[in-house]
Structures are given as structure tokens and as C-alpha cells.
Design a protein around this ligand. Sequence first.
Ligand code: HEM
Length: 403
Amino acid sequence: MEMTDSVNATTQLMDDSELAQDPFPLYAQWREAGPIQHALTPSGDPVWLVTRYADVVAAFGDDRLSLSKTHSGTGYRGFALPPALDANLLSLDPPDHTRLRKLVNREFTARRVENLRADVVAIADDLLATMNIDTGVDLVQTYAVPLPLTVIGRLLGVPDKDQPDFRAWTTSLMSPASAAEAKSALGKIEAFLRELIGHKRRTPGDDLLAGLVAAHDGGDCLSEDELTSLAFLLLWAGYEVTVDLIGVSTLELLRRPALWATVREQPERLPQLVEELVRVVSPTPVSIRRFAREPLTIGGTDIPRGATVMLLIAAAHRDPARFDAPDTLDPDRDVRAAQLGFGYGVHYCLGAPLARMETAVALHRLATRFPHLALDPESPPQWRPSWRSRGLLTLPVVPHTGE
Ligand code: HEM
């Protein structure tokens, strides 16, 4: 990653593991220099990055910033999904967004999530039961990845017999060896989801996807493409970021053994700790791209119509104007209403209750099963090379020996 001396000049962003590991000093430099940092994404798209907490909150709520690519003045490229998968909540503005979200909200309820809790505990315990850490283990591959993948499969009602294919395609989509592999995995997932939706139509069940197939609002229901792209969004949004939050949170806690003991001994403190972990980890360091449908001003800086704007959540989370000692992970800090890790406004994360519950369960079951766990001194964790996420490729751990 190239660090320019003069902040505010256009910076070239790179998908690089060093940046994913610790973007905070660079982002602090930008935040101090001004409310907007100009950057070029790895795909060559110019973006206006919003760096300060108050401006990020305001921008999340500003309907002049559209999520629809039709408002892009620069022909934003980013990551191109096939049209049938792209017609989803994160490409739409009200009122189309409102209509879809209303139908989904009816099904994706807090009750449905709470009903999943016992399943999540059982899935976590199954994974942990077969884990032998005596000779060292990679917690990403053995735990942080299979747990959310199994949960999202359960939520969507993927039949057991299809789980191995579903896992293989999803994992190769998330970490493709090549662009061709990503395209092939996308095609297979799309076909699989269409088939699954057809199956739910013929044989109704009580899983979320079956609920969405049947969902009606007056005479309104979801079209075939809307269902397919929504199922894809739930898979995409629901899996990768949760893996990242569980993995990096575990790393942060293992660096602080006293906190690791708290996770095990005082699980009632976990909900608040998970919020603080979302703030400190910033598993989505940057929002989805937005396009200025008309000229606007952010923090005193004029932004032209058609510009691509992204909100630097990771910079906002460490803004000293909002949080005291912002770089400190403080389990006594109550940031539930202040952290922006699940976004804010009409696109607020639909899966936040599930992500919160899953992360708390994952950490609690792990700390209970392995109270004496330590980072492997011989093998440091590897970070995913990405400027859009903060996740681990590996998290090698060993038994903790001695004090
Ligand atoms: C740690 C886990 C998660 C994090 C940090 C996260 C973060 C986010 C963020 C920041 C947004 C808003 C994006 C923006 O406005 O720029 C979002 C939206 C969304 N998330 Fe999550 N998410 C997580 C887990 C999940 C899960 C488990 C699901 C579903 C199973 C999910 C489904 C969605 C959906 C459908 C949207 C779009 C909502 C809309 O546009 O109305 N997410 N998420």
C-alpha cells in the first residue's frame, strides 16, 4: 500500500494484508487531515472517503447518497455481480428498497434468531468436540469458517445432502484462486439457489427462505429474481463478515488473557463486549459504495453529482471526537448505540441480531471448551489481503502452558 506524504492527494488503495491488519494509523492521519480523503480503489474507481464519525453518521442518513449504480457519474466498476444477483437490498433506494425490506423484515425476526440460538450452540459444540489443540490448530478453518457457514445453511434451509457442495462453492467464492474460479462458483451458487427456491415453493418449510418464498404484503410478494438475489445477499453478507468478526475478536481476546477469562466466567458481560469488539475490530471497515445523486457538502467539502462516496467506518470508530481513548478495547464501554459496524439508517444490517448472537455464542463456547488457549508463538495469524474487510486467513493457536 502506498502511503502518500500529502494526505488528501489521491491515494491508491490496495488489497493488501498489511492494510487489513492495521489500517488505523493511516486512517487517523486522514481523519486529522480533513473530512474527505480522495482515493483510487484497486479496480481503479475514484472514491471520496468520509473520515469523521459525525460526518459518517450524517452520510448514512443522507438520501442524496444513492446505492443505485444508475447515479454513478464515473461508471463505477467495483465487483460486478450477474444482474440476477445484483437486484438486492444493497443496490436499491427507497421506495423499491422499502418494499423489499418490509417483506424481508416480516420473516427475519428477532424471534427467528432467538429460536436459532440452541442450534448455534450445538453447531459450535460439535465443532469443538472434535478439535484437538495439543499439537496446534488453525481456528479460522476449524471454527470461524464452518460455524457461520453451517448457520446460514440452516437459516436458508439447505438440505443436509447439499451442504458439502454449498460449502465448497461458498468458500471458493469468498477466497477464489482466480477470477474464473469466482465466476464459476457464482454461477453454481445462483443455479443452486434457484433450485432451492423452486424446492421451497413445492415443499413449504419453516426456514427463512421458505418464509420469504411465501411472504406477502397485501397483494405484493417477492419475484423470482428478487428471491434469488436476496438469498445470495443473505449468504454473502451473512457469512463472510461473521467469519471475520469471530476470527479477529478471538485474536483480540487471546491477546488479553484476563478478558478471555471474563468471556468464560461472566457470559452476561458478553453482549456489551461484542459491541465493543465490533467497534475495535471494524469487520466492515468501509461502507458499501454510494453515489451522489446531486451535489452535496460533507464536512464543508463539496462533492459533485455522480461521485462515488464511501464511509470509513473504521476511521469513525476510532475518532477521538466521539470515543475517549478510541484505540483501547474497553469491556466497560457501552457502544451499542454508537458503533457503526452494522451501518446506520435504512440499510442498517438486517442480520445484526443474528451476527451478535452468533459471535457471543462462538466466543463463549470456545472459551468454555478451551480456557487455556494461547496464540501460537511460532506462527502468527495471516490476514486476508483486502481493503474492504478485516479478516484472518489463519489463526494458529496452541495450549496455554504455565503462567
Ligand atoms: C459481523 C457480522 C456483520 C456485519 C459487521 C455486518 C455489517 C453490515 C453493514 C455495515 C451493512 C450496511 C452496509 C451499508 O449501508 O453500507 C449491512 C447490511 C446488510 N447485512 Fe449485515 N453484517 C453482518 C452480518 C450479517 C448477517 C449474519 C446477515 C444475514 C444473515 C446480514 C445481512 C445483511 C443485509 C441483508 C444487509 C442489507 C440491508 C439493507 O440494505 O436494507 N449481515 N451489514
